[in-house]
Design a protein. Structure first.
Length: 255
């Protein structure tokens, strides 16, 4: 079992993730997909109900992984179901060399609730906070025809709205690197949900995959990718796998 002191990043990330994200160029941002799953490849319970999969060690690993990326991205379904904060609260809070990633939400029709926790934290932020205690303004990426009333409410709540063309009603994965480049962001960590993960894998718009596997079964629930997308999955090349607490953590790249 790998020893993991939460005050320092785990070796698997130091060796296999930090170097590639730090070396990424703004013109070709590095895309990392990460998720936690059960042994039967489920990431949530029925209807997207949240299930605690990761142990404290792999949860701490995820927090360190966030510090190694300029941005963190989830889909609007994750916002609606989990209301995440997307912060780095489990790393040393007095280490001012650590910075929270820029929050990006894929939200084609602007369904993010104006009272989402990440927006409330932006409204109530301490402007003098630095390092992990700083709060980043959430950026919502939507389609060109997303309702103006929704945009107005979300901007009033503190969101920054970024409009981009849609494909079949969704934001195509191929658009993300250009958006990141325009924002001056060299790397992004994508945490879900399942359709976001599936679309980036199917389109090969990913450089690194970091997967946590928990020793449990969920049964009826939400899979890592929808069944109709399984034939589109790319081949992966394992880089490293370690035991972390009760979980196994794997880093891989596209084969």
């Amino acid at each position: 079992m790998a020893d993991f002191d939460m005050s320092t990043p785990p070796d698997i990330l130091v060796q296999h993730v930090a170097p590639v994200t730090a070396a990424a160029w703004p013109s070709k941002p590095h895309v990392t997909l990460t998720w936690a799953q059960s042994l039967d490849a489920k990431i949530a319970g029925p209807g997207g109900k949240r299930v605690l999969l990761s142990g404290p060690e792999s949860m701490g690993m995820t927090q360190w992984l966030r510090t190694m990326h300029d941005a963190i991205l989830v889909g609007v379904q994750t916002v609606i179901h989990d209301d995440p904060r997307l912060k780095i609260q489990q790393v040393p809070q007095d280490d001012t060399s650590l910075h929270p990633p820029q929050i990006l939400i894929l939200d084609p029709s602007l369904r993010t609730p104006p009272n989402a926790r990440m927006l409330q934290e932006w409204q109530n932020r301490d402007p003098a906070a630095i390092g992990p205690k700083a709060v980043k303004q959430p950026f919502l990426i939507c389609g060109p025809d997303a309702p103006a009333s929704n945009a107005e409410a979300l901007e009033k709540a503190g969101a920054c709205i970024i409009r981009t063309p849609l494909k079949d009603g969704r934001i195509p994965p191929s658009a993300l690197r250009g958006i990141l480049t325009d924002l001056g962001l060299r790397s992004v960590m994508i945490e879900g949900g399942s359709r976001v993960l599936a679309s980036f894998l199917a389109d090969r718009e990913v450089d690194t995959v970091v997967v946590t596997v928990a020793p449990m079964f969920i049964g009826d629930g939400v899979g890592v990718v929808p069944r109709e997308e399984e034939t589109k999955l790319p081949q992966l090349k394992e880089v490293a796998t370690v035991a972390m607490g009760k979980d196994a953590v794997m880093v891989a790249t596209l084969a």
